[in-house]
Design a protein around this ligand. Structure first.
Ligand SMILES: Cc1ncc(COP(=O)(O)O)c(C=O)c1O
Length: 380
């Protein structure tokens, strides 16, 4: 059976160019970049070239890019690194962040830091006044994601960053879903997190942008790699793959975004013809590849399993929460009732998605929804 992969927010298929670029660093060029011999120097050179490539596309200096193992690690490094450096204070984030930000800040709360979770509106947007009102003299850090992994809503990170800076706080953005998919400006940003596996790169490598002149306490102590911020022998092959994925994503960003938006919008239009359905998240200010729907009277898990039987790979919410039966914290934060949040379906397009894929989903989905509703105790 043909498989249609519409779970690109969970992870993406590594591009063949990426695998090709990585391969020599897993086979004959396996040197440790800290070694002085020629194979070590060759690895160090590849790593520094990759850093320069990523920096060029992000608009930073190469030395402001720190390689880590994941988006989760980049986010934890900032949140805990700032907290440990400042020793006390107030941290602001918001209710629809990824679990790694929510749980790291909750943990910091248990260690004596004051935490504020800003509310979002019914489209998942954090308002500037909400942040302005929450700022305090002792606010040390504000962390607001660039774009949401479940509903795709894009935040005004530069304006929010400016408000954090007016109050002398540092500003971090989790750009794991946004990097490579939309333009990002570093104007009011001190820290930015990204992860290779969301943009057709390998799993297990991410980067943290940290503005020059801002220092944070490292989480890992060891041999002093990554200029003392992240000790551990570097994942050279992964880093080379990340740079290749970045280069390709930025070269195609405008055209690919326009292509995905057209497909996404045709999908949204077709799906909303199903009775008792709605779109979650912002109608226009959302990631080009994200469509998240609600269907009254059914469970998202049932929907995902039925679609899987038809060859469609989808998700109910974020990859981390899709195996537990709690309603999505993102959807309930936007004001959805728990039973409506349960009936959600996330379809995230990618570079291999086609019009024929959208047509197939639109052919299959109404019948699947109808059959689940027919046996649902919730149906009126
Ligand atoms: C917005 C966001 N932040 C952080 C992460 C975690 O990234 P990683 O899987 O690289 O740890 C994800 C992954 O789903 C994400 O979507």
């Amino acid at each position: 059976m043909k498989r249609i992969y519409l779970d690109n927010a969970a992870t993406t298929k590594p591009r063949s160019e990426v695998i090709e670029a990585m391969l020599p660093y897993q086979t004959e060029k396996y040197g440790n970049p800290s070694s002085l011999h020629s194979m070590g120097r060759e690895a160090a050179e590849a790593m520094e070239e990759s850093r320069a490539t990523i920096a060029k596309h992000l608009g930073s200096k190469p030395e402001e890019i720190y390689f880590v193992a994941s988006g989760t690690e980049a986010n934890n490094t900032v949140l805990k690194g700032v907290a440990f450096q400042k020793k006390k204070g107030h941290i602001i984030t918001q209710t629809t962040e990824h679990d790694c930000v929510i749980n790291a800040t909750k943990w910091l709360g248990s260690q004596g830091f004051d935490i504020t979770f800003l509310d979002v509106d019914d489209k998942g947007v954090v308002h500037e006044d909400t942040l302005r009102e929450a700022m305090r003299d002792d606010t040390i850090l504000v962390s607001i994601m660039a774009a949401n992994n479940e509903i795709g809503t894009i935040q005004a990170i530069n304006r929010l960053g400016a408000i954090a800076h007016e109050g002398k706080a540092l500003f971090h953005t989790d750009a794991v879903q946004a990097f490579g998919k939309m333009p990002l400006s570093l104007e009011n940003i001190d820290f930015l997190s990204a992860s290779a596996h969301k943009l057709y790169g390998p799993r297990g490598v991410g980067f943290l942008f940290k503005r020059d002149g801002v220092w944070i306490t490292p989480l890992l102590h060891g041999g002093g790699h990554e200029r003392g911020l992240r000790s551990s022998t570097e994942n050279v092959a992964g880093i080379v793959g990340f740079a290749k994925a970045t280069e390709l994503a930025f070269a195609e960003m405008g055209s690919e975004a326009a292509r995905e938006i057209a497909l996404r919008d045709s999908l949204i239009k077709g799906v909303l013809e199903i009775k008792d359905s709605w779109l979650n998240g912002h109608p226009t200010n959302r990631l080009p590849n994200n469509a998240n729907f609600g269907f009254r009277f059914i469970e998202g898990e049932g929907l995902v399993l039925r679609l899987d039987l038809k060859g469609i790979e989808a998700s109910t919410g974020s990859a981390c929460s899709s195996k537990n039966l709690r309603p999505s914290h993102v959807l309930t934060s936007m004001g959805l009732k728990a039973e409506d949040a349960h009936g959600s379906l996330r379809l995230t397009l990618g570079r291999e998605s086609t019009k024929a894929d959208m047509d197939y989903v639109l052919e299959m989905l109404p019948g699947v929804v109808e059959s689940l509703r027919a046996m649902s105790p919730l149906t009126e």
